[in-house]
Design a protein around this ligand. Sequence first.
Ligand code: 13P
Ligand code: SF4
Length: 335
Amino acid sequence: MGTATALDYNAEIAERTAPLYQRVSRVIPEIEWPFHAPYVDAINDLKKGRNAILLAHNYMTPEIFHCVSDVVGDSLALAREAQKTDADVIVLAGVHFMAETAKLLNPEKTVLIPDLEAGCSLAESITGADVRLLREKYPGVPVVSYVNTSAEVKAETDVCCTSGNAVEIVERLATDRVIFLPDEYLARYVQSQTDKVEIIAWHGHCEVHERFTAAEIQDYRANFENLVVIAHPECPPDVLDTADFVGSTAGMIAYVETERPGRVLMVTECSMSDNVAVELPEVEFIRPCNFCPHMKRITLPKILQSLETMGPPVEIDPAIAERARRSVERMLEMS
Ligand code: 13P
Ligand code: SF4
């Protein structure tokens, strides 16, 4: 289980956690709650003791997203919240690059990630040396890096972006050409949204979103009448062409909250539909289930262990951190 503590369920925990269970009862079967509840109870208690804040990405499972987090959101929102918090400790329930971003913005604070192995296929697709070679090949062309990159890559970057502000950042640079990395499909999506800038792309892909196909989406449409399809821009272009709306994870959630479609398919990581379904019982979610194996490394027992041991901490080489911080701060200033 990855933790030394095995926790029992009892009547007091059941009573204390009952309101939280009420919240998630549509997506977590009652039989599972005794396994989650002792961890939920212990984490919420220990967070106070440590003056810790738990930031959770939209892809966390519902027992994390709805029951132990203080702030939830897309990578842009988590970066903004990390910049604002006055907690002593930040626990990042998400993947490693998100925790690194939080640490860049809070060098004095303790930032913990419950599993150091929670990586990202995009972040792993490119190194700082690759960016230096791109700069040699395209002298003078600014580098925009998706936040799904390592601190080492951010240090070689002019400005970061997320899927929520990529078009805005690229246009605001007011230049003819931009090197946009590492996500090829996000780069192509950005190019489809702007004719002001020529995008030079890298060839990284998200291992979760690249698996969706246009044929699969058409099958869902054929089988479910009046289906609204909304997709994350990390999907291949032909998948995005089939979608009614394209946006970041926060953008997708806002779309469903505002439009309240009767039936929706969110073309993205699986847990997000569960998290939104908790709030919107009247919307029917059709769920193609692609899990991000990295996001799914984060579990309640590991979060508890993190708070108990105050580890593992996220550390960044100070020489890299200073330059990487500038590219993240520039993004936050520009969007
Ligand atoms: P968002 O910034 O849209 O939350 O995306 C992060 C991510 O990793 C999507 O796969
Ligand atoms: Fe990376 Fe894709 Fe997982 Fe997001 S869903 S963390 S982009 S591998």
